[in-house]
Design a protein. Structure first.
Length: 243
């Protein structure tokens, strides 16, 4: 849960450090103090971040690669709705939390908690809190993808990792994740494709033209996946694929 808290806590902590949480009042009244206006803006920021939270989760974590690989695995086996989409998404979220836990914990300890304890300012808290996720994205982003977005925006190349802008790193990270996910999906498709070809060839050699090869290959692919302990192989190698 620290992963989700780390993504949203900055907005909540904008006014939490100032005292008690304010009561949301929808009545229209004149502002007597500037602090009231600031708290109103903070509430608007919180609502905006709550809407953007799912997108932020996709953009800065391992969820994109995981969910694409699971979707390609389901298609490779010929199981269109098994496991159900809800199960696939839930499994992807659980693995995302498992993989991102060290980064979220570091973000919490170095950025969020000191800010809530009024030890550092908001800007410093944001930089320290975003640094672990930034390092994760940089490690899993290809240089060519990052250079692409720097060329598109016509920005000078960064001198070091700290100078890489998040607005350019996030789209480059997504593109790299898509490429890596499709590469893994291609490797997953190969053994199941071989099974389909073998079954189709056998049926044609026997003259069974009217029998759909999928009816024969599907149970073979399922038992093959069970024998090799496919879920353990997929999840284990997928988790280890992140640098």
């Amino acid at each position: 849960m620290k992963l989700l808290l780390s993504l949203l806590i900055f907005s909540i902590s904008l006014f939490a450090a100032e005292g008690d949480l304010p009561i949301v009042n929808l009545s229209v009244a004149a502002l007597e103090e500037p602090a009231q206006f600031v708290k109103t803006i903070n509430i608007a920021i919180i609502l905006a971040l709550l809407v953007l939270a799912p997108s932020l989760l996709l953009m800065v974590t391992s969820f994109t690669r995981i969910i694409i690989v699971f979707s390609l695995l389901r298609q490779a086996m010929g199981l269109q709705q098994t496991p159900p989409t809800q199960i696939v998404i839930s499994l992807g979220l659980i693995l995302t939390i498992f993989i991102m836990e060290p980064y979220a914990k570091k973000s919490w300890e170095e950025g969020v908690k000191p800010y809530m304890d009024e030890q550092i300012g908001y800007e410093e808290a944001f930089e320290k809190g975003a640094a672990p996720f930034k390092n994760f994205m940089i490690k899993n982003t290809r240089e060519s993808d990052l250079a692409l977005f720097y060329r598109i925006k016509k920005e000078p190349n960064p001198k070091n990792v700290e100078d890489v802008a998040l607005t350019l790193l996030m789209p480059a990270f997504i593109v790299s994740e898509l490429r890596t996910a499709f590469e893994i999906g291609f490797l997953i498709f190969l053994p199941f494709l071989v099974i389909d070809i073998i079954v189709a060839s056998i049926l044609m050699s026997l003259g069974m033209m009217m029998l759909p090869p999928v009816m024969i290959s599907l149970p073979i692919k399922i038992i093959f996946f069970i024998v090799i302990d496919g879920w353990q192989l997929i999840i284990g190698n997928l988790a280890q694929s992140f640098k």
